[in-house]
Write a protein that binds this ligand. Structure first.
Ligand SMILES: Nc1nc2c(ncn2[C@@H]2O[C@H](COP(=O)(O)OP(=O)(O)OP(=O)(O)O)[C@@H](O)[C@H]2O)c(=O)[nH]1
Ligand SMILES: [Mg+2]
Length: 731
C-alpha cells in the first residue's frame, strides 16, 4: 500500500496557493433569500382562480381598511365610517369637481399619494385581477394606508411612519414622552450574535525524574478542554434586546497541562440566557440549530476545543516513552441568528386601529398604548388574563387545565404582510406559537368583512397552518350606535358568518366591556382544549444538531486538489483539525499526523490523483514531501477497513491490534529503547519540568494557579514500573 510520508514541515508562503473550491473552505452558501413581495405575487399568480361567489364586499371606503377590489370613490367628506377624529385624512375621492387625493395603488411600491382629476382617473390602469389564497380567499392588489392625505405607509419604515404620526398627532394623542416612545423600539425579536468557544489547553511532554526512580516514564499532562457556549431558554426574558448591546460571547479556554502528570483544568462554559421561544439558526446556512421553547432547554452552539494530550496519554505497550504532545484544539467560533417567537395562548390580530390594544388592556393588566391612529402598537405586547372564574394559576407554560392565559397583541397588519409589508412577517411570526387566534374586527370600518377576510388571507399566506388554528372573531366597537344598529339589523352578522369557517363570533365593546366576559369564557375553553391537544407550540424540528452523524461524515470529508504540477492541496475539517493540533516540534507527532491522513483516506486519494515521490503536499499551509512506499503498519492497520488497528485519531489501538504483531515493528522503531536514559531525563526530583514548548514551569506552579489537581503528589505509581509491564525496548 502506498503511504504518504512527510518531511519536516515548512511554512508555505501565503501568496502563491490558489484557493481550491472544496467543501471545507469554499465560500459558504448564503442564507436562503427572504420571501419578497414579487415572489409572493408570482405565487399568487400561479394560484389564480376564478372569484368565488362570496366576494360581495367589493367596496371599501375606509382608508385604514383593506380593500377587496379596486376601491370605489366616495365624495370627499369627513363622513369616514370610522369613529376617527384624529389626523386621518378623509377617504379618497375621484368624483365631483373639487381637487381630490388618490393614493397610488402600486403593488408594494410605496408611491406617495398624488393629486388626480377626473380625466386622470380615466387614464389610470385597470384594476388588477385578484389572486387567491390556497383556500380560495381573494387577495387584491395592496392598497396604501393613508395617514394624512399625502402620506403612504407602504415602502416606508415603521419608524418613519411613527415619526410622522407623532408629528401630526396632538400632544394628548401621544400620551407618552419621547424617551418612552423610543423605548418601544427596544423590543427586539431578532438578533445575530457571535459565539466563540474556548480553545483547548496544550498538552505537555515531560518525563518523570525523581531520585531513586530511574526511567520514570512519560509524565506530561494533557491540556483542559475549552468551555462551550450554550444558549439556555429563560422564562424571565421577553425580548432579545440585550443582544443589541452585546454581540460577542466567549467561553474560557482550557488550561495547559503541566509536568508531574498534571492535567490542565477545563475552561468554564459560557451560558447565554435567551427568551423562551427562541429559534436558533446558523447564520451562514440558515439551518435551524434549535428551537428553545421549553423552560430550561439549552443548546450548545459552539463546542470548546479539545485539550491537547500530553505525552502520558500516548504511552502504549509499544511506545513506553513517547516524545510528543498535542496542541489544544481551537474552539468553534460562529455566528448564529436568534429569532424570537413569543409563546402565548392567543394572539390578537386585526387591521390597524381595530381595537386590539384596547381589548388587551380591558382583559389583562397590560397597559399598551391606545390611540386613534394606525400603528399605535409597534411591538407585540403580552398580557396575562386571570382565569375568568377566579381559578387563577399559571398562564402559558403552566398547568394545561389552568384557565389563565397569556394574550399577545400583535401590531396592526397590512395587506401584503405575509410578504413583509409593514414588517408583517416580523409580527406574523409571533402568531405561529399561539394556540388560538382572536380576530379583532372594527365594526365601525367601512368593510369589516373585507378586513377580516384580508387578515385571514395574510395569515394563511404566511403559514397555511395558521388557517387551521382555532379562532374567535370579535366584532368590536359595539358601543357605537351605528355599529350596534348594523349588528342588530343582522346583515353584518350574517355577512361575517358567511365567510367564517366557524360560528365563534362575538359582538363586543373593548371600551365599555360589553360582551367581553362571555367572549373570554369561550376563548378560554378553546385555549384549554388546544393545550390538552398540545396544539400551538409549533416547535421547529431542528434539521440537525451539531455532532450528528451527518456532521461527522462531513467532517471526515477530504478533498485533494492539484493546484500546480506536483503540488497537491489537501483539505477537510478533520485533516485541518489534526494539522492544527499537531505539535510539529516532535517527530512522533508528525508520524502520528501521517496516520491520521491514512485513516482519513488521504493517501488513497493522493495516489488516485497521481501523486508520486517527491511531490509537494500542502495541508493547512504546511508543506510535506510525498513518498509512495509500502507502509508496514498502515498495511496491517487498514487491512480490514482503514481504521482497524488504529484509533480514529491515528494512535495505535491496543485493543484491536492484530495478534500476530504485524503492526508492532513500527512504534518503537527509532528511539524506543532505553529512552529514559537520555540526558534530558537526568534531573532530580524538584527540578523544573519542561512544558513541552520550550518554556519552564517551576514546581508547584500548577497548584498555585489552581490549574491541576495532584492529590498524591510524589506518590504516583507509574504504569511503566508495574510488575506486569513488559520490558521496554524494541520487540
Ligand atoms: N368606541 C369605541 N372605540 C374603540 C373601541 N375599541 C377601541 N376603540 C378605539 O379605537 C382606537 C384604536 O384603538 P387601539 O386599541 O389603539 O387599536 P389597535 O388595533 O391596537 O391599533 P394598532 O395598534 O394601530 O394596530 C382608539 O381610539 C380606541 O379608543 C370600542 O370598543 N369602542
Ligand atoms: Mg394597538
Amino acid at each position: 500500500m502506498a503511504a504518504f510520508v512527510g518531511s519536516a514541515p515548512t511554512r508555505v508562503p501565503a501568496a502563491p496557493l490558489p484557493v481550491a473550491v472544496c467543501g471545507a473552505r469554499g465560500v459558504p452558501a448564503g442564507a436562503p433569500a427572504a420571501p419578497s413581495v414579487a415572489a409572493a405575487g408570482e405565487w399568487c399568480a400561479r394560484r389564480r382562480r376564478p372569484p368565488p361567489s362570496t366576494l360581495r364586499h367589493s367596496q371599501c371606503h375606509n382608508p385604514l381598511s383593506f380593500s377587496r377590489g379596486q376601491p370605489s370613490s366616495p365624495p370627499l367628506s369627513s363622513s369616514s365610517s370610522s369613529s376617527s377624529s384624529l389626523p386621518l385624512s378623509p377617504p379618497p375621492s375621484t368624483g365631483g369637481g373639487g381637487a381630490t387625493l388618490r393614493a397610488a395603488a402600486t403593488g408594494g411600491g410605496g408611491g406617495a399619494a398624488t393629486a388626480a382629476t377626473g380625466d386622470e382617473e380615466e387614464d389610470s390602469p385597470p384594476p388588477p385581477e385578484p389572486s387567491f389564497t390556497p383556500s380560495g380567499r381573494a387577495i387584491t392588489a395592496p392598497r396604501p394606508v393613508v395617514l394624512d392625505g399625502s402620506d403612504d405607509v407602504r415602502g416606508r419604515t415603521r419608524m418613519e411612519v411613527f415619526r410622522d404620526r407623532r408629528a401630526a398627532a396632538s400632544p394628548e394623542d401621544v400620551p407618552t414622552g419621547g424617551r418612552e416612545a423610543a423605548n418601544d423600539w427596544l423590543f427586539a425579536d431578532v438578533a445575530k450574535i457571535n459565539v466563540t468557544a474556548g480553545d483547548g489547553g496544550n498538552g505537555v511532554m515531560a518525563f518523570r525524574r525523581e531520585k531513586g526512580v530511574p526511567k520514570g516514564g512519560p509524565f506530561g499532562g494533557s491540556g483542559g478542554s475549552g468551555g462551550h457556549v450554550l444558549l439556555v431558554a429563560d422564562k424571565g426574558l421577553n425580548t432579545l434586546a440585550r443582544f443589541r448591546g452585546r454581540v460577542h460571547f466567549r467561553a474560557s479556554p482550557g488550561n495547559n497541562g503541566l509536568g508531574k502528570g498534571k492535567h490542565g483544568a477545563g475552561g468554564a462554559d459560557a451560558t447565554v440566557p435567551v427568551p423562551l421561544g427562541t429559534v436558533v439558526r446558523d447564520a451562514t446556512s440558515g439551518r435551524v440549530v434549535a428551537d428553545l421553547s421549553e423552560p430550561g432547554s439549552s443548546v450548545r452552539v459552539a463546542r470548546g476545543g479539545r485539550g491537547g494530550r500530553g505525552n502520558m496519554a500516548f504511552k502504549t505497550d509499544r511506545n513506553r516513552a513517547p516524545r510528543m504532545c498535542e496542541r489544544g484544539e481551537a474552539g468553534v467560533s460562529r455566528w448564529v441568528k436568534l429569532e424570537l417567537k413569543l409563546v402565548a395562548d392567543a394572539g390578537l390580530v386585526g387591521v390597524p386601529n381595530a381595537g386590539k390594544s384596547t381589548m388587551l388592556s380591558r382583559v389583562s393588566a397590560a397597559t399598551p398604548k391606545i390611540a386613534n391612529y394606525p400603528f399605535t402598537t409597534v411591538v407585540p405586547q403580552l398580557g396575562v388574563v386571570d382565569g375568568y372564574d377566579g381559578e387563577g394559576g399559571d398562564a402559558a407554560g403552566g398547568s394545561s387545565t389552568s384557565r389563565s392565559m397569556v394574550l399577545v397583541d400583535i401590531p396592526g397588519l397590512l395587506e401584503g404582510a405575509h410578504a413583509g409589508v409593514g414588517m408583517g412577517t416580523a409580527f406574523l411570526r409571533h402568531i405561529e406559537r399561539c394556540r388560538a387566534i382572536v380576530h379583532v374586527v372594527d365594526g365601525s370600518a367601512a368593510d369589516p368583512v373585507g378586513d377580516y377576510e384580508a387578515i385571514c388571507a395574510e395569515l394563511e399566506l404566511f403559514n397555511p397552518r395558521l388557517a387551521t388554528k382555532p379562532s374567535v372573531v370579535l366584532l368590536n366597537k359595539m358601543d357605537l350606535p351605528h355599529v350596534r344598529a348594523a349588528w342588530e339589523e343582522g346583515s353584518l352578522r350574517d355577512a361575517l358568518l358567511a365567510v367564517m369557517p366557524h360560528r365563534r363570533l362575538a359582538a363586543v365593546s373593548a371600551v365599555s366591556g360589553a360582551g367581553v366576559q362571555k367572549m373570554l369564557h369561550r376563548l378560554t375553553d378553546l385555549v384549554v382544549d388546544a393545550r390538552a391537544k398540545d396544539d400551538g407550540g409549533e416547535v421547529i424540528a431542528p434539521a440537525e444538531y451539531e455532532d450528528s452523524d451527518e456532521e461527522e461524515l462531513a467532517a471526515r470529508k477530504v478533498t485533494v486538489q492539484v493546484v500546480a504540477p506536483g503540488v497537491f492541496d489537501v483539505r477537510g475539517p478533520k485533516v485541518d483539525r489534526a494539522a492544527a493540533m499537531t505539535n510539529w516540534d516532535y517527530v512522533e507527532a508528525v508520524d502520528r499526523f501521517q496516520r491520521v491522513l491514512e485513516a482519513l483516506g488521504v493517501n488513497r486519494k493522493l495516489k488516485a490523483a497521481g501523486a508520486s515521490d517527491g511531490d509537494t503536499i500542502v495541508v493547512m499551509e504546511r508543506e510535506f514531501t510525498y513518498y509512495a512506499r509500502d507502509n508496514i503498519y498502515s498495511a496491517a492497520a487498514f487491512a480490514d477497513g482503514y481504521t482497524d488497528g488504529f484509533t480514529e485519531e491515528g494512535d495505535v489501538d491496543d485493543s484491536r491490534r492484530p495478534a500476530d504483531g504485524l503492526a508492532l515493528e513500527y512504534s518503537l522503531d527509532d528511539d524506543g529503547e532505553d529512552e529514559e536514559d537520555d540526558d534530558d531525563l537526568a534531573y532530580e526530583e524538584g527540578d523544573d519540568v519542561g512544558d513541552g514548548e520550550g518554556g519552564e514551569l517551576s514546581k508547584g506552579e500548577g497548584e498555585a494557579k489552581g490549574q491541576a489537581s495532584d492529590p498524591d503528589d510524589g506518590l504516583i505509581i507509574i504504569d511503566v514500573d508495574a510488575p506486569d509491564a513488559p520490558p521496554m525496548g524494541k520487540k
